[in-house]
Design a protein around this ligand. Structure first.
Ligand code: HEM
Length: 449
């Protein structure tokens, strides 16, 4: 497209004020201007296909905005003191007009954001959206996911009910297992020997001041980078194939608006029907049985039942490092923009899924009922018998899955990684489900139905 044509598009989209005195036209110009700071004036038509992105990045952004807005409203009534936190939430729930609804929207948006971000990460991985210069945004995305988990973790304590108190007691004890820095981080967060006023003050400060700044800064960079990287990933086309481009306004904005409105409507209805939970006032002398972490950390808590804490943290660290290094490890760009890379890639994903569905429940049950490595190796230190050995066996198992997909399944490197990634993500989901639904008193396995 020639420069003159491009300019005329910009003029038509930005300066729609036929009459400068007309306020509506001016407002439209301002809105268009804002939109065109976030988006380019034109986008490739295939990028608008909903079944490519599922709108997950945009929905996450919408949820983050809702969280900040409802969080500010909650701050007007919330009191971060051990004596008054619970009663301020009760007051908000029962006395403040729409207080219960605002709290429910905040609560459910926070939970949903963890889900949409996880799905967004899956979408980006499966379409190879982290390749060809998009590595920085992939890494920023991982940090964003950690920031959102930290938001949820710090927010969990604030109502100061039994659920909050004990989930954070379990959560901070998990934190202390992080090698080298865990103890220091946990001590800093708790600001005392146990969860108390110091912890509540710290969690509140981090939740309402530190994390929002980080979130806004990282999200702004993330969006800017999507633009800088030439928009979202697209299947490669040869130079002669012309990809149709359509104007952002109205084509893309119309879709974004529809998705945002559907999300807000759904959330509103849900929040009206299902209030945010609030248990009895926190009682440090009466732990519930079982004492569980928040659901998004239950995969980790479940893993800790099977492996020494240090080995568990090493495994989590290695998987995180693998995700961060992924763009260096998988550089083949020809299959970008294609879900699962190829047909064999799809087969590898199914293989990873099936292996995980079979292996994870089997191993959990075997470890619960029969396997007792420390008893089998009584003279060995527990860190080795119940830590290093299961860790090395797990890593060997992951390597075996990758090599089987390559050598037996005939997958190339990228396709085998799709299988391995699917195995890992399915295992995380399964461990979370087992931890949430299949663990009863004393964290023993139960049948929930
Ligand atoms: C608050 C958190 C996040 C927000 C608001 C967000 C938002 C977005 C949006 C709006 C896009 C444009 C395309 C789309 O909608 O899918 C995008 C693309 C992208 N996101 Fe995120 N994202 C977040 C977190 C993440 C996470 C957790 C990852 C992965 C680890 C990630 C990695 C990427 C990458 C690599 C792209 C470019 C993908 C492509 O070109 O296909 N983002 N993000």
């Amino acid at each position: 497209m020639s420069e003159i044509n491009e300019k005329s598009w910009k003029n038509r989209l930005l300066y729609t004020t036929s009459n400068p005195a007309d306020d509506r036209s001016r407002m439209r110009a301002v809105a268009n201007n804002l939109i065109l700071h976030l988006h380019p004036t034109k986008v490739p038509a295939p990028a608008l296909r909903f079944s490519y992105t599922w709108g997950l990045g945009g929905l996450s952004a919408m949820l983050a905005t809702l969280l900040v807005a409802t969080g500010i409203l909650l701050m007007f009534r919330y009191d971060a003191s051990v004596e008054r936190a619970y009663s301020s939430i009760l007051y908000l729930e029962t006395q403040v007009p729409l207080g219960s609804l605002v709290r429910a929207i905040h609560h459910w948006s926070a939970n949903l954001l963890v889900v949409t971000l996880f799905l967004h990460l899956l979408r980006v991985f499966y379409t190879g959206g982290f390749k060809l210069g998009r590595a920085t945004n992939w890494i920023i995305g991982i940090v964003l996911l950690l920031v959102v988990l930290a938001f949820n973790f710090t927010g969990y304590l604030l109502p100061w009910d039994q659920l909050a108190y004990w989930a954070i007691t379990v959560g901070t004890s998990l934190l202390s297992y992080i090698p080298l820095m865990g103890e220091t981080v946990s001590k800093f967060l708790l600001a005392g020997p146990e969860v108390g006023q110091g912890a509540l003050r710290n969690f509140y400060a981090i939740h309402v001041a530190v994390l929002p700044v980080l979130l806004v800064a990282l999200m702004s960079y993330h969006f800017w980078k999507v633009r800088k990287d030439g928009g979202i990933s697209q299947p490669q086309t040869d130079a002669r194939t012309r990809v149709e481009r359509v104007t952002t306004i109205p084509h893309l904005v119309r879709l974004e608006l529809a998705a945002a409105l559907a999300l807000i409507a759904g959330l509103l209805v849900w929040a009206m029907l299902v209030p945010a939970p609030l248990e009895a006032l926190a009682d440090p002398t009466h732990p519930p049985n079982p004492a569980k972490a928040a659901w998004y950390f239950m995969g980790l808590q479940e893993l800790l039942l099977h492996m020494h804490p240090l080995a568990t943290m090493l495994l989590v660290g290695l998987v995180l490092a693998g995700l961060v290094l992924l763009p260096r490890w998988e550089t083949f760009g020809e299959d970008i923009g294609i879900y699962f890379r190829s047909r064999p890639g799809r087969g590898a994903a199914i293989a990873g899924l099936v292996m995980s569905l079979l292996l994870v429940p089997m191993l959990v049950i075997a470890d619960e009922l029969w396997l007792d490595l420390p008893a089998l190796l009584p003279t060995w230190p527990v860190f080795i018998s119940n830590g290093l050995i299961p860790l090395l066996l797990t890593l060997a198992g992951l390597a075996a899955i990758y090599l089987t997909l390559r050598w037996v399944g005939g997958a190339n490197h990228g396709e085998a990684l799709v299988g391995l990634f699917t195995f890992l993500m399915t295992s995380l989901i399964l461990l979370t489900i087992i931890g949430v639904y299949f663990r009863g008193p004393g964290m023993t396995l139960i049948w929930p139905f």
